[in-house]
Write a protein that binds this ligand. Structure first.
Ligand SMILES: [Zn+2]
Length: 275
């Protein structure tokens, strides 16, 4: 059985696609501080839900060394820094394809979600961190290492980011950054002025992606993207900011992801289908 796995700092989702083409997804498996123990627990959950794994695509928070299958930084899980998923290949008893979790979320959206049918799909995952992914002609664009556009610097004198830089997009609009600036978790934040400010930062990120990549569409995924009215605010700011193109070329569509919480695991399952 081929298994898609999406690892978050707190929980893990596993999934597969049945013969009818329906996704079977199991959520709520806890991500533990111990990498090996988490792998052993995961093996049990996979066998209980789906049977033995023959191949796994794993999406994990980054930055990652995709070639060595290693986690480079993990601010929320210090015990995972430097670990290699080759260790889990032994535990799960199958080969693992490792991917950046945001790449998989945007891949899922490009294949079967809000970006379906477009040639170049970029997108951000807005949650505990700000992930970025880009799919060109059906393939994830990796650069020569791993693209991390959530860490584009908007202001070098801006607030410190968990990555070590200052003023990254993530340092303004991650869950923690919003909590710090406005004193409320994003899902409790009702101040429309605050959301105008957040929308402006997201639109700024979309403008930068547009001039660098010029995608057909930009998909916004993750819990923060779901705030009512945010998409319209982002679109409005973006249209005001993006002036370099004539009108007919300025219509990069910014859309909401179709799979609110499951885009990552669905992307992992879809990558299995094509591998
Ligand atoms: Zn950063």
């Amino acid at each position: 059985m081929k298994i898609g796995i999406d690892i978050g700092a707190q929980t893990i989702k596993i999934g597969t696609k049945d013969k009818k083409g329906d996704y079977k997804i199991k959520t709520g498996i806890k991500t533990g501080p111990d990498f090996i123990k988490t792998g052993e627990k995961l093996k049990g959950e996979i066998e209980k839900s789906f049977g033995r794994a023959s191949l796994a695509v794993i999406g994990c928070f980054g930055p990652l060394d995709l070639f060595k299958k290693k986690v480079i930084k993990a601010p929320n899980l210090p015990g995972w820094v430097g670990i290699s998923f080759r260790g889990w290949e032994k535990i799960l008893g199958c080969p693992i394809i490792l991917e950046n979790d945001a790449n998989l979320a945007i891949y899922g959206e490009a294949k079967v979600g809000a970006g379906k049918g477009y040639k170049i799909v970029s997108g951000f995952t807005l949650g505990s961190g700000v992930g970025y992914g880009c799919v060109m002609d059906g393939k994830i664009y990796h650069g020569n290492w791993d693209v991390e556009a959530g860490h584009m610097i908007l202001d070098p004198g801006g607030p410190p980011c968990g990555c070590g830089q200052k003023g990254c997009l993530e340092a303004y609009i991650s869950r923690l950054a919003i909590l710090e600036k406005f004193g409320k978790e994003p899902h409790d934040l009702q101040d429309e002025k605050a959301w105008d400010w957040i929308a402006h930062k997201i639109a700024w990120g979309c403008q930068l992606v547009t001039v660098l990549v010029k995608p057909d569409t930009i998909v916004l995924c993750g819990g923060i993207a779901q705030h009512k009215g945010l998409l319209e605010k982002v679109q409005k700011c973006y249209r005001k900011m993006l002036r370099i193109y004539p009108k007919e070329a300025s219509e990069t569509k910014i859309v909401l992801g179709k799979y609110i919480e499951h885009a990552g695991v669905i992307g992992a399952v879809e990558l299995l289908v094509s591998s």
